[in-house]
Design a protein around this ligand. Sequence first.
Ligand code: PHE
Length: 450
Amino acid sequence: MNGLRAFSIVIVALMFLAGCNPPPAEDTSGTGGAGAGTTGFMSEGDTIKIGVNLELTGEVASFGVSCLNGIRLALEEINENGVLGKKITLIEDDNKGKGTEAASVAKKQVEVDNVPLMIGAAASTNSIAISQVAEGKGIPQVTPASTRTDLTVDKYGNVKRYVFRTCFTDDFQGDAIAKFCWDELGARRIAILYDNGQDYSKGIYQRVKETFTKLGGVVASERTYDAKVDNDFSAHLSQIKTAKFDVLVVPGYYQQVGQIAKQARGLGIEQPLVGGDGFDSPQLIEVGGDAVEDAFFTTHFSADDPSEKAQAFVSKYKSKYGLTPDAMAVLGYDAMKLCADAIERAGSADPEAITKALADTRNYPAVTGNITIDELHNAVKDIVVMKVENGKFVMHKRVEADIPEIDEASNDEEQVEETVGGDGADSDGETSDEDAASTAEGQGDTEGSE
Ligand code: PHE
């Protein structure tokens, strides 16, 4: 609760610092330059600057570092020919894995560096912090990897004009996890242990619970931890062990998941371990060792993907870094490439023109699948289920996404407002205001509910 309240206070403070509420969608004509084809002060001489705001140190540094590797690889390729006759230069900053830092980095990049576009963050909580700055300042943000469903919408369910992601959402991921447990593992009762300090973890917990219950299953035990303060999970696990359950779902990040797996196995919990893309770092195996063997997780990409595009990327990445790319690396690469493409299509490094080009993205051929930006500024892409086998990540299966028809008329801002805000009509399963509120409320009473 404290963390949550502190987070809200920071957001409110930021909005004050930013000096305004997010500009209403209609209010963009006054900012000048939209589609005018001028590059203005945002690009200096022969370069266009892009801000990169990532977790380069801290709890989830593996994500930030991988993502930056992917971004830099893409940049090399982009700068061979340049964009609009200019080279792109990156302003790379470390947000240390903290929302407050992510927000100050974003402010600095906009106010001091004058970037017309920001890439970041990896973790959802940090991307949400950046999104407040993006909205307040009218500078587009592209997150390569943050999946928290309501990241791209405000608390009224209206799409955030300047906030985009080039990956799928946690509603999709949560559904895939719940169905996998039910269909493939034959689970009828699950236990969930999630990170109460991460919007990512809370969002997946909520969706898995919802979907698994709809399928007819039971959440037999649910417990929470806070990665910022906890590294001993044995009390939670002992409690969970007393429940009757078939699968342990842990929608957390690799560091804690590795420790949880070890402690769970140490306590004699033998049920399969299942989670989401937060598992996807080589560090999972370094921390978890044998305890993560046979674990399953959903993610964005497998280095085993036989497609030509995927294999070309894997070999380029290996020869540059001497490593097999994880999902975060390829997501960084795809996001950077798409950003360059959007600037090219915008014909200008003007933030408004770039924002429009990002929203207009249709079928951009990325390594992780084609990117079409939908009305809620999400990309809809396939998901892969990975399994840990002999200390390696092996692709278990691919779950295909239903690619939605985009109602092109709704590119008109007013219609977007109506469609999205209308009656909270989130029939497609996107998180609405209500869902977000219940996520927040759900935090106090999760202990020992078996
Ligand atoms: N989806 C995670 C989040 O929103 C970040 C992540 C993406 C981690 C891809 C690993 C791989 O916080």
